[in-house]
Design a protein around this ligand. Structure first.
Ligand code: SF4
Length: 363
């Protein structure tokens, strides 16, 4: 049966890395070979390494190292530590990685300070190991068990903590493998991922069985234009969300990072109205909303300042509240009165614009 899709979307702008490396061990995996074939099919030159070490990535000039790394995709085997999954509340029960790194250039990137070394995108070849490992986590985790309404989702796995899986899907095919795997799973489980990209065409016809929730990471239009380089334009992301919803996927909005810029109520109000208009024709819509305010750490500020020296992103400790994370590190969030104003506004505006949506959390 033909999917009830609306107008064909304009061709998305796809990332083509200038340098592709594949390690010797990665080539030992069928999925690694498939990724290499895919990239050669797209006309990319792939360098096969003699061993498993990625070399030549450092540069004394941090900006140069950043540019080179952001133009590099490496096909590697995920290290053994990736098989010990970490809990990732409030988004999901567990974090699972199909890759690490992202080709976009968001000036507030939440990966800054979490990835070691230059931000090369690494795609994992050993998908059967990564997927086979998930069964051990079934029924464990505390997001779904604590939050009553989310129990129906079963055990939830988040695939976008360290990458944007859709931004590299045309090169890897890994996200499609994940979606098929979760669609075939008998027990209650959910795959979740967030994206700022729009190339959803290859995902629309997959046998997902509503086991994958795709959330589109969005922001007020002036902030998206100013700070989110290399991502799909906001209207294209919202169109992609509509197409995924029409194809039966549960969808979500991740509104992040929320910033109280001048005129923020109007700008976020316009965003919510735009979403409501685009999702209005979707029958049986299942929409969640996550609300995340901007924050930074001393480490992420240092890395981001090196990557984007001319950025106008406000990261002024004097204007922020200092908080300890549960890992005993420091983060800077908005002042309590400002946080409260924004929280009250969003908790009123979201249900008014999107009456059927579930707000999962505010942070
Ligand atoms: Fe970072 Fe996400 Fe932007 Fe990629 S899309 S640069 S991971 S914030």
């Amino acid at each position: 049966m033909a999917l009830p899709l609306d107008l064909p979307a304009p061709a998305p702008k796809l990332w083509m890395p200038k340098r592709v490396l594949v390690t010797k061990s990665a080539l030992g995996w069928e999925h690694g070979q498939r990724m290499v074939a895919r990239m050669r099919g797209l006309g990319l030159a792939v360098s096969e390494l003699n061993g498993d070490r990625l070399t030549g990535l450092n540069n004394d000039d941090p900006r140069r190292a950043y540019i080179d790394a952001k133009n590099t995709l490496a096909v590697v085997v995920a290290p053994p530590g990736k098989m010990r999954l970490q809990p990732i509340p409030p988004s999901a029960d567990w974090r699972v990685d199909l890759a690490e790194g992202c080709p976009a250039h968001c000036q507030y990137c939440y990966l800054a300070g979490s990835l070691g070394g230059p931000p090369v995108t690494r795609a994992y070849a050993n998908l059967p190991d990564i997927l086979g490992n998930l069964r051990a986590y079934l029924g464990k985790g505390n997001v779904t068990s604590k939050a009553g309404e989310r129990q129906a989702e079963g055990t939830t796995f988040e695939a976008s903590c360290y990458t944007d899986p859709l931004g590299i899907e045309h090169l890897t095919g890994s996200l499609s493998e994940f979606i098929r795997f979760f669609g075939a799973w008998e027990e209650a489980v959910q795959l979740r991922f967030t994206t700022k990209f729009d190339d959803v065409g290859p995902l629309l016809g997959l046998p997902h069985r509503r086991r994958t929730r795709v959330r589109f990471s969005v922001n007020a239009a002036p902030l998206a234009r100013k700070f989110e380089g290399g991502t799909a334009p906001l209207p294209a992301r919202l169109d992609a969300m509509r197409r995924m919803a029409l194809a039966g996927y549960p969808v979500g909005l991740t509104i992040a990072p929320i910033m109280p810029m001048e005129g923020w109520e109007e700008a976020y109000g316009a965003l919510l109205d735009d979403v409501a208009a685009r999702l209005a024709p979707v029958p049986g819509l299942d929409l969640s909303v996550e609300l995340i305010t901007h924050r930074f750490t001393p480490g992420s500020k240092e890395v981001l300042t090196g990557w984007y020296p001319a950025s106008k992103l406000e990261m002024d400790e004097e204007q922020r509240a200092r908080k300890m994370t549960k890992f005993r590190s420091v983060k800077y969030v908005y002042l309590p009165a400002q946080m409260k104003r924004m929280k009250v506004w969003f908790e009123d505006a979201v249900p008014r614009a999107l009456p059927g949506a579930r707000i999962l959390y505010w942070t």
